[in-house]
Ligand binder design. Structure first.
Ligand SMILES: [Zn+2]
Length: 445
C-alpha cells in the first residue's frame, strides 16, 4: 500500500490558480503525489493510516525551482569573487584540474546545500554528468540536467562533447522520475554556430529544452559583435534558436530590442541576483518582465555566488531590482514566488504537475520555520517569506513524496561528512590547479 502522510495545522501558500493562502490547513501526500488539501478535519478520516506531521508555526510552499545552477561546482566556492573576467581567468583554468570524482563529490555537496536551502528542483548543466546525475538521485533532488557542450575556450571541448551531450539526453529520457535530460550548449561565444543549429534541431526532434548562458560577459558580447555584427540575443534569434523551450542564463549585456525578442520568442532569461550583484552588473529583470519576458530565478554556481540557498536568493532578487529601478514597487514578493514555482515549472514543461500545492500534483514542497523572532509579527506573509526568512529557516523538504530534509537535517546523506570532504578535496583541487598554472598562485592562501 502507498505510504501516506498528513501535514496538519499549517499555513499553505498554494500558488494555485487563485493564489490561495490557507491557514489552519492540512495537506495529505500519498506516494509521490499531493492527495488532498483541506481546511477541515476530514483528512484524518480519509487517510486513517497516515503518518501525522504537526505543521504549527510553519508555512508550506511548493518546492522551489532553481532555474540556473551547476551543483557540481561546490569545490570551487567563491574563487571568482571580485576577479574581473573571472570566468576566463580563474574558473576554466581551475576546471582543467578537476577529476570526474571531484565532480561527483561536488555534486553531492552542492545538491545537499540546495536541498537544505529549500530547492527541490535544479536546472543544471556541467561536465561528467553521469556522476552528477547519480549524486542527484542519491540525494533525492529533482533535476533538469544537461551535459555542458563547448566547441572552444572551455576546459573540455571537442566533437566528443557534442556527441556526449546528445547521448546524455537519449540515455536519460524516461529513465528516472527525478531526472529530466536537456541539451546544454555553454554560451554563444563558446559554441560554434553549426553546433548551436544542430542542438536546436535535436532539441525539437527529442522534445527537450535548451539551457545555456547568454550575454553573460562583455567579452561574450564583443566576440559575437565581431563575428556576426549583432548582440548575443539577436544572433540567437537570427539563427532561429530562440523559443519557449530555451532557458538563457544572465542576459546582462543586452539592449532594448533584445529585451523584446525574449517576449516575442517565449525564451526565458534567468536572473541570478547575487551572482550578478557580485559581478557588478545587474540584469534588468523587472524591465524584462514588464515587457512580457518570462524571467526566472537561479543561484548560478557557488563559484560566483558563494551559496546555493534559493530562499536567501529571493531577498536579493527583490532588493536588487528595487535598487536598480529606483522603484520600491518593482518585483513584488508575490511575483518572486511565482518565478521560482509556477513560472519555472511551466518553463521546464512540468506546469501541469509541479510548482503548486494542488491535489494530483507531484509532492515537492518546502516547510519554513516561521515561529521565531525573525518572522514576528506577520502583517504580510509573502513579504516575510522573502525578506525575513533565509535558507536557514528551511525546516522540512519533500521531493517526489520523499522527505529529504527534516528538522533542518539532511536525511539522504551525512552533511557533516560532506563539509569535511569539501575542505579536503577543494584544497587538493586548488593545489593541482596552481601546479598546472602558476598565474593562479594567489588562490593558494
Ligand atoms: Zn552558469
Amino acid at each position: 500500500m502507498e505510504k501516506t502522510l498528513i501535514i496538519k495545522n499549517t499555513t499553505l501558500v498554494t500558488m494555485n490558480a487563485q493564489r490561495e493562502v490557507l491557514t489552519g490547513a492540512s495537506l495529505a501526500v500519498a506516494g509521490d503525489r499531493i492527495a488532498a488539501i483541506s481546511t477541515g478535519e476530514d483528512l484524518r478520516v480519509r487517510f486513517p493510516d497516515a503518518e501525522i506531521f504537526d505543521g504549527r508555526g510553519k508555512v508550506v510552499l511548493p518546492g522551489l525551482i532553481n532555474a540556473h545552477t551547476h551543483i557540481a561546482m561546490s569545490l570551487q566556492k567563491g574563487i571568482t569573487l571580485a576577479v574581473p573576467e573571472g570566468l576566463y581567468r580563474v574558473m576554466w583554468p581551475v576546471e582543467r584540474a578537476l577529476t570526474p570524482e571531484d565532480i561527483t563529490v561536488g555534486a553531492l555537496i552542492g545538491g545537499a546545500e540546495a536541498l537544505l536551502g529549500g530547492t527541490t528542483c535544479v536546472v543544471d548543466h556541467y561536465f561528467h554528468m553521469e556522476g552528477v546525475t547519480q549524486a542527484l538521485i542519491t540525494l533525492g533532488l529533482r533535476g533538469v540536467m544537461g551535459h555542458t557542450i563547448m566547441s572552444r575556450l572551455g576546459p573540455f571541448t571537442g566533437e566528443q562533447e557534442l556527441e556526449e551531450g546528445i547521448d546524455y539526453v537519449r540515455r536519460w529520457k524516461g529513465r528516472h522520475p527525478l531526472v529530466t535530460p536537456w541539451l546544454a550548449p555553454h554560451a554563444t561565444d563558446t559554441v560554434s554556430q553549426d553546433w548551436l543549429l544542430r542542438l536546436r534541431e535535436v532539441a525539437t526532434a527529442e522534445g527537450v529544452g535548451l539551457h545555456l548562458h547568454v550575454a553573460q560577459s562583455h567579452r561574450e558580447l564583443t566576440t559575437i559583435q565581431q563575428h556576426f555584427g549583432t548582440g548575443c540575443v539577436t544572433y540567437l534569434h537570427n539563427i532561429g534558436f530562440l523559443g519557449p523551450d530555451v532557458l538563457a542564463a544572465h542576459c546582462i549585456y543586452i539592449d532594448d530590442a533584445e529585451m523584446e525578442l525574449f517576449a516575442a520568442s517565449g525564451a526565458h532569461p534567468i536572473y541570478c541576483p547575487m551572482g550578478h550583484a557580485l559581478h557588478g552588473k545587474p540584469q534588468r529583470a523587472w524591465e524584462l518582465l514588464q515587457r512580457g519576458a518570462g524571467v526566472l530565478i537561479g543561484t548560478d554556481c557557488v563559484t560566483s555566488n558563494n551559496e546555493m540557498a534559493l530562499v536567501s536568493e529571493l531577498r536579493m532578487a527583490g532588493a536588487g531590482q528595487k535598487q536598480l529601478t529606483g522603484d520600491p514597487q518593482a518585483l513584488p514578493a508575490a511575483k518572486i514566488l511565482e518565478m521560482v514555482t509556477v513560472d519555472a515549472a511551466a518553463a521546464i514543461g512540468m506546469g501541469d504537475r509541479l510548482g503548486a500545492l494542488v491535489p494530483g500534483y507531484l509532492a515537492d514542497l518546502v516547510m519554513l520555520e516561521m515561529s521565531g523572532l525573525h518572522a514576528a509579527p506577520t502583517y504580510s506573509l509573502l513579504d516575510n517569506i522573502i525578506y525575513a526568512c533565509s535558507g536557514r529557516d528551511v525546516d522540512t523538504v519533500m521531493v517526489n513524496g520523499r522527505i529529504v530534509v527534516q528538522d533542518k537535517r539532511l536525511m539522504t546523506a551525512d552533511a557533516t561528512e560532506l563539509a569535511k570532504l569539501a575542505q579536503e578535496r577543494g584544497r587538493a583541487l586548488i593545489r593541482r590547479a596552481v601546479e598546472k598554472e602558476s598565474d593562479l598562485a594567489w588562490l593558494w592562501k
